[in-house]
Design a protein around this ligand. Structure first.
Ligand code: GRF
Length: 198
């Protein structure tokens, strides 16, 4: 058996549904990678239980009083480096992240809209889907993109779309979009690795 090629750190703040899926895809060999670390900025979240269940080492790293974005990022990437991760996935990580030079082009985010629509500060979780419905959009979807210093802004790796149905509420739309996210995230990682050639 060959050793999986990529070492992925997954950053979470909540339920960790993508963490669970990525760990499963890695374990089954569908993704040529291993989840080597889960970092949550919040203690006690379901994602940490999911990490434990999947045998993924985890760490709670909350922001400290008076600490700026860079200070937090430096602490976080120290842990990411120590875990030997070559790729970082923001999978429901609700904190603005500073990225050091050696991880530029290696941090991926999944966002539940077709960026650049409905992205940026304040657009997370159900706020996104409620705004899509309020605007009367007929399609929505998700975006996997590289992270840069601006919220939801970096180059796009994969987008998948789905219809918005007239009867949708935010929950129904979120569920339909999430089904697309489950396909988009592994696809985005494969595309990134193919682009990087590693
Ligand atoms: C997903 O909808 C993703 O697009 C967004 O956070 C959600 C996953 O996090 N970035 P969680 O499983 O709900 O905690």
């Amino acid at each position: 058996m060959t050793t999986p090629g990529h070492r992925v750190a997954v950053l979470v703040s909540g339920t960790g549904r993508h963490l669970e899926t990525l760990a499963r895809l890695c374990a089954s060999g569908e993704l040529d990678a291993r989840v080597v670390l889960c970092v949550s900025n919040r203690p006690g979240v379901l994602a940490l239980e999911r990490a434990a269940a999947a045998g993924v080492p985890s760490l709670v790293l909350a922001g400290e009083r008076g600490e700026d974005e860079r200070g937090y990022g430096e602490r976080l990437f120290e842990a990411v480096r120590a875990a030997g991760a070559d790729t970082v996935v923001l999978a429901g990580f609700l904190k603005k992240l500073w990225i050091p030079q050696d991880y530029q082009g290696r941090v991926v985010n999944i966002h539940p809209s077709l960026l650049p629509a409905f992205g940026g500060k304040g657009y997370y979780g159900h706020h996104v889907h409620a705004a899509v419905l309020a605007r009367g959009c007929q399609v929505s979807g998700c975006t996997v993109h590289l992270v840069d210093e601006v919220y939801d802004n970096g180059p796009i790796l994969v987008q998948r779309w789905c219809p918005v149905e007239p009867s949708d509420d935010a929950d129904a739309l979120a569920a339909r979009v999430f089904a697309e996210e489950l396909v988009a995230l592994p696809e985005g990682l494969r595309r990134l690795w193919a682009q990087r050639g590693d």
